[in-house]
Design a protein around this ligand. Sequence first.
Ligand code: CP
Length: 301
Amino acid sequence: MNLLNLSYFKAADFEEIFQLADNFFIAESNSYKQDPILADKKLLNLFFEPSTRTKLSFEVAASNLGMTIFNLDEISSSLTKGESLEDTIEVASNIGIDACVIRHKDSVIHDLADRFPDMVFINAGESSVAHPSQALLDLFTIRQSFDDLSKLSYLVVGDLDHSRVLASFLEGLSIVGAEKISLCSPAELGKRYSDHPNFEEDLNSALVGKDVVMALRIQHERLDSALSISGEEYISKFQLNHRRLLDAIGGDQFILMHPGPVNYGIELHSDVRNQAYCKINNQVRNGVGIRMAILTKALLS
Ligand code: CP
C-alpha cells in the first residue's frame, strides 16, 4: 500500500493508523518502542529537498521496526551523472528495496507509483501539494488533547499559499468532518485561499474561539519575488505570542501547533515555546509513532 495523499482515506482508516501508533507508545518514557516486525524489509529515503524532522523520524521509525535504512540524494547518487529518477527506482527495486520515502519539489511520486506497482511509495513532501504523513501526525497530536476532532474550531495562520502541510491538513480535516476552519495571512500569501469562506487578515479577530491554532513559516525559498509586507509589519500583524493568544482566546483549553521548522521571532514569539498549550515537541515525537504506523500498514497490508 502506498501513501501518496489522503484522498483515499476514510475517518476509520485514520483511526486504524492512530491506534497502531498508540500501540507503539510507551507512556512512562513518552517515546515509541522498538518492535522489529519489519526486520526483513529495506527502506530507501530519497530526499531531494532539505528536511530534518521528516527524514529523521522516518529513519527512527524504520529503525524501531527493525528495518534496514538506506539514503540517497541527488548529489551523491548517479542522478548527478544523468541517470533518471525512474531508472534509480528500478535499480533500487532490483537491489531489493521494499519501500521508498520521497520528498521532491515536483509531483514525481505518482508516476513512479504507477510505473513500479511492486514498490511501496510514501510521500514525505510533494511541492506545495501534499505532506500526508505530517497531516496524520498533526491530527494524532490534536486527538491527544481533544475527544472529537469534528467539533473543534481551527485556525491556520502564516504562508498559506506555499504550504503542503496546510493542503494535507485541510484534506484530513474534511475527512474527520471538521467544518469550523479559519485561515489568516496577508493577502499576498493567501491567494490560493482568497475564496475560502473564513479567510481573514485580522489575526486578533481570527483567533477568537479557536481550539487549535497552527502557525506556518514563510517559505522564502518558494517565493517568486520579495514580499511587499515588511518584516516588522508581518511580526506586528501575524506573529503569535503568549499575550496575543491569551488576550484573544483566553483560558487554557486551546493548543498551538507548528509543523516546523519554526522561525522564532517571526511567525512565533519564543515566549510560547514552554507553555503547556504549545504542542510542537509533541508533534515532533508523534512523527516517530505515526511513521511507524504508516510503515507497518504500508508493508504488512
Ligand atoms: N514538517 C517538516 O516537514 O519538517 P522538515 O522539513 O524538517 O522535515
